[in-house]
Write a protein that binds this ligand. Structure first.
Ligand code: F6R
Length: 608
């Protein structure tokens, strides 16, 4: 979604702001802009529709050496993508960039119109800028004007504000939309995402909800909205520059698919014991007795994270048969009436740790007194901070908009949790041991798949790039994989793809099959093999163009068969999922789409 950068120091701000915006490009956006102030209070505002490269072209026509500025990449919510709606917005002497949504902007706009404010854009952000300008005439300081305005606002925001008359100060504030302050020597960096700060400084402050920061060259002061000084904690940033570079890969997506042996190792690191066949998650903050008491688990997430939850449901219910798992799409759960069964815990699954709907469900579950646990990748993110305990994935920055390595590790982390639950309950030791052993060999199995079969998968993918529709089917734990496979395909190749449980075919989707479709059938050589094979035969009889992804050595009647050689069983669906990650990636390349930044999508969905 939208991205914010800011700089105040001794160096020229424009190149730093542009470099920051480039690093935020992966989040998805449709316009960009920067403003800088000269020591004599002259503002230079440059905005452009489209990519940051358009902005760079405009900036290079008349570059400035100003040492203070703020910048933004916008993902349109109120008003079309255009230069007019791009941030920074300017009213009077105030310049402002904003992530989030001001819900009562119509009321505020009506109020401001009584004082002759006329808006030039369609955005809620310009209204907030005008409100701050209005209050700046009633208050002594920018800090007071910003705090006053934020006390009148309903909604979510991360903002950075400058006043043309004062080129020595940036005010930033957050509620529901992340902001990080990087502290250098005589300089401050501001960003909505740590990747824009990496390499400049590793000393950071994560702003908390309801805080306003006054940034000056010699440091930062934090306040609440009543302008009381609040304490600040300086932390060390964990990601490094390597994590945000492609390192020889053509796309971040390819890099992230290939990182999976290592990222799974990182998620497992020190958490399973292959001698005793046990597991331990240090950050869970739950005793054995508390784990033993769990009877019901809500798994809450959006998109890929919710599909990881659905796959984990199959595993956790197998490991701990007295536990029921309900997988909830956060955007639905947050507005639904639901009861919390006794002895419930809730798992919040999120790569970014900032997804607005998931966060709203977390707030509601906390209000109801449910123990809330995070399955989160981004260290220091809002969800990670708000939960009672949880597990970090440790997969490093996931830059490509489509999630790959995070999905695999989300499932792995939840299986580890399932093993702990099962162990505490004295569940079947044989099943527990098999899961531990499979987790242990998962990284090498992924390694072998990538080394031995990526070429074959790329070759098959090319044959299917011409289709406009795809149907993905799977049974049991392969059903969530079908959903995830179809999601990856539609996101990055723009092929319309649907995932279904194989058993549902005859209840509707088989009517779709014709020459415009290809089908992806996941078939595991287990107790459901015959049934899955029958589904494939039924589709063939209707003229299917099927790709079967299977671990069997038996004959499979499909147009193309991708045989995955593996000694896994429970976790084979994770390998099949990587096959479809590669399938989607190669088809997207053949269709020449923007693989890492698919149209209309954002990496982290911080608004509803
Ligand atoms: C799909 C994808 C999205 C995210 C979803 C949740 O490839 O990336 O569906 O999984 O937006 O995001 P997080 O995990 O950050 O909460």
């Amino acid at each position: 979604m939208c991205g914010i950068v800011g700089y105040l120091g001794e160096k020229p701000a424009q190149p730093i702001l542009i470099a920051g915006l480039k690093r935020l490009e992966y989040r998805g956006y449709d316009s960009a802009g920067i403003v800088s102030l000269s020591p004599r209070s002259k503002a230079t505002l440059v905005r452009a529709k489209g990519k940051v490269s358009e902005l760079v072209a405009k900036v290079s026509e008349a570059p400035k050496t100003d040492v203070i500025g703020i910048g933004h990449t916008r993902w349109a919510t109120h008003g079309e993508p255009s230069k007019r709606n791009a941030h920074p917005h300017n009213v009077g002497d105030i310049y402002l960039v904003h992530n989030g949504i001001i819900e009562n902007y119509q009321d505020l706009k009506a109020m401001l119109s009584r004082y002759d404010y006329e808006m030039k854009s369609d955005t809620d952000t310009e209204v907030l800028t005008a409100l701050i300008d209005y209050l700046s005439h009633k208050h002594e300081t920018l800090l007071e004007a910003v705090s006053g305005a934020l006390n009148m606002v309903v909604g979510a925001y991360g903002i950075a504000v400058i006043d043309r008359k004062n080129p020595d100060e940036i005010i930033v504030a957050r509620k529901g939309s992340p902001l990080i302050l990087g502290l250098g020597k005589g300089e401050v960096f501001i960003a909505s995402d740590a990747s824009a700060i990496v390499g400049y400084t590793d000393q950071v402050i994560y702003l908390r909800d309801g805080e306003v920061a006054q940034c000056m060259r010699d440091g930062v002061e934090l306040y609440d909205l009543e302008q009381n000084v609040v304490s600040q904690t300086v932390e060390t940033l964990e990601i490094d520059l390597q994590a945000i570079q492609k390192q020889g890969h053509k796309h971040f997506l390819e890099k992230e698919i290939y990182e999976q042996p290592e990222t799974v190792r990182a998620t497992l690191g020190g958490r399973i014991d292959t001698e005793k066949h046990t597991a331990k998650l240090g950050g869970l903050n739950m005793t054995d007795a508390e784990l033993r008491a769990v009877k019901h688990i809500f798994v809450v997430g959006c998109g890929t994270a919710s599909y990881a939850g659905l796959l984990a449901k199959y595993y956790i219910e197998q490991l701990a048969p007295d536990v029921m798992v309900s997988v909830e799409v956060a955007s639905e759960l947050r507005y639904r009436s639901f009861t919390v069964p006794e002895n419930s815990v809730a798992l919040f699954v999120s790569q970014s740790g900032e997804t607005a709907d998931t966060l709203a469900c977390l707030t509601e579950m906390k209000r109801r007194g449910v123990r809330c646990l995070g399955v989160v990748n981004a260290v220091g993110s809002t969800i990670a901070r708000e939960v009672d305990g949880g597990v970090y994935l440790h997969v490093g920055a996931e830059i490509s908009v489509a999630s790959t390595k995070a999905f695999t590790s989300q499932v792995v982390a939840m299986v580890i949790f399932g093993i702990m639950l099962a162990d505490s309950k004295g569940a079947d030791k044989r099943v527990i041991s098999e899961f531990v052993d499979e987790l242990d060999s998962l990284p090498s199995q992924i390694e072998a798949l990538l080394a031995e079969q990526a070429g074959e998968i790329a070759g098959i993918a090319k044959k299917y790039a011409k289709y406009e529709h795809a149907l993905y089917i799977g049974r049991d734990a392969l059903f969530p994989v079908a959903l995830e496979g179809a999601l990856k395909m539609k996101e990055i190749s723009y092929i319309h793809a649907e995932g279904y449980p194989s058993g549902e075919l005859k209840h509707g989707p088989i009517a779709l099959i014709d020459d415009r479709f290809f089908e992806v059938c996941y078939i595991q050589d287990n107790w459901l093999y015959e049934k899955s094979q029958s589904n494939l035969i039924e589709m063939n009889a209707r003229g299917a163009h099927a790709i079967a992804i299977t671990d069997t050595t038996k004959k499979v009647p499909a147009e193309n068969v991708i045989r995955v050689k593996t000694k896994l069983s429970y976790l084979t669906p994770l390998l099949f999922n990587i096959v479809t990650q590669l399938l989607a990636y190669n088809i997207a390349i053949a269709r020449k789409t923007d693989v890492d930044q698919p149209r209309n999508l954002a990496k982290s969905v911080t608004v509803e």
